[in-house]
Design a protein around this ligand. Structure first.
Ligand code: PNS
Length: 162
């Protein structure tokens, strides 16, 4: 079985993330969406919230599973029998960081390759950090994130309070 991992911070998940995951799920028999837990970071959403949101949004896809993961991505790839990591590229500015990560991961585990998909141009300007900033000031991000994410952001930042 060909298994791919779609890793990310997903803080919060955006339409760009969902687009990349959906496309990965068309090409691989099983897709593991891995929500990275980094104790050194203070995310807006807990890992449980991020997993719950992604599970709700991707629930209709039988070959997609969502899980939180703390540790090296390559260790998860080994554990899940995944030979491929799928990442999205929005613009040239993503390439440098993504190539570094891909090469680092390939060096750590030669059984894994990173495949890149270019994001749908509709989402090429969308980032989790941009979404967070707009939402925190009470701006409308409903066109940029899945509905459950938008609802949670609206509840959290009602009135534009940060
Ligand atoms: O959404 P992001 O922030 O671009 O995702 C980055 C992520 C989660 C893919 C990356 O930080 C990662 O793989 N973290 C897990 C720890 C790890 O394996 N680090 C070495 C990667 S070079």
């Amino acid at each position: 079985m060909t298994v791919a991992i779609c890793p990310g911070s997903f803080d919060p998940p955006t339409n760009g993330h969902v687009d990349v995951i959906q496309r990965a799920a068309r090409h691989f028999e099983r897709v593991v969406v891995s929500v990275s837990v980094n104790p050194a970071k203070t995310p807006m959403l807990t890992p449980e919230e991020r997993v719950a949101l992604l599970s709700e949004v991707l629930g209709h896809m039988d070959n997609v599973q969502v899980e939180a993961y703390e540790g090296l991505l390559v260790d998860l790839a080994r554990e899940r029998g995944a030979g491929v990591i799928v990442k999205g590229l929005r613009a040239l500015s993503d390439v440098e960081r993504e190539i570094q990560m891909a090469q680092m991961n390939a060096g750590l585990y030669e059984g894994v390759d990173t495949f890149f998909v270019t994001t749908d141009p509709r989402w090429s300007f969308v980032s989790s950090s941009g979404v967070k900033e707009v939402a925190a000031y009470g701006g409308d991000v409903s066109a940029l994130v899945p509905d459950p994410v938008n609802r949670l952001l609206e509840t959290r930042y009602k009135g534009g309070s940060r």
